[in-house]
Design a protein around this ligand. Sequence first.
Ligand code: NAP
Length: 304
Amino acid sequence: MTPVPRFHAGYGGVPAYTGRMTNSNIPAADPPGARAPLLGFVGGGNMACAILGGLVAAGHPADRVVVVEPYAPQADIVRARFGVRVEAAGDAALAGTDIVVWAVKPQVFREAAAPCAPHVGGALHLSVMAGIRSDTIARATGSERVVRAMPNTPALIGEGIAGLYARAAVTADDRAAIERVLAPTGETLWVAQEGDLDAVTALSGSGPAYVFFFLEAMMQAAADMGLSPEQGRRLAQATFKGATSLARASDESPETLRSRVTSKGGTTYAAITAMEAAGVKRAIVAALRAAQARARELGDEFGA
Ligand SMILES: NC(=O)c1ccc[n+]([C@@H]2O[C@H](COP(=O)([O-])OP(=O)(O)OC[C@H]3O[C@@H](n4cnc5c(N)ncnc54)[C@H](OP(=O)(O)O)[C@@H]3O)[C@@H](O)[C@H]2O)c1
């Protein structure tokens, strides 16, 4: 019987990631001539598959990967899709790994790390887990070479952005290796302080949900104005895509771009005036601060 994936209808019906990369500038997984690092993944779910699919598609040899995934149907899927070794337990299977990617839910990190710890003290560690601090990871793995990443869900189609923080023991070569591992998921951006990852979480980590919320509102308005759901969806989505592409292509601030299309007394002016009267900008800033505070709290809980 074909195993039923639990994750791959996953994030809002995003189809299973097959290594399709939409970024044109993704480098090869490893530098030419160098032996590909042996990668260990603890957890073979959504995020691991997003990273792994891209790496394998970019030429990282499947025999230089081991995945630890205890849920047998998911293990079968990962094995079949990527041709990599998948083990049920993270013990000696991880011995000799150069980079270990931690991609389990934060709640199970301690349990997942305990059997791995005796085998991964010499490895570079990359965590994509929300909220687990690098101190906790260093203690649990016996390695000071820890990088924390806060990715976001567009990583699942190669269009994410991940904030990265490195502990002091992480070398420049380690950073480059981590960037190569994450390149298939989209962009990366380093921050200097670990605490900045709480702001990254609030901005880009949780950010896709804010965009979906705005799309929801635009589509609701479209329906109220008599457009069909399909028309509303297409118009709202294309507007987001076009406006963000325009903002990226331009040297000007979003504020300048906005004022350009807001002639006094016009339609956009009417909309922006209504948003200002309703305190929309203030509410968005407060929402992000709430997300940042929650990220800090979760870090305290998981670090305890
Ligand atoms: N997906 C995203 O876009 C995204 C964005 C930002 C951050 N993250 C973070 O990335 C992490 C992983 O998220 P995800 O979406 O990839 O989760 P996920 O799809 O649930 O994957 C986690 C995988 O780890 C497995 N696992 C559980 N216990 C394990 C153990 N002891 N040893 C090895 N594997 C074990 C799970 O199997 P079982 O189901 O059997 O437990 C599951 O297959 C989370 O911390 C999340 O916050 C994800």
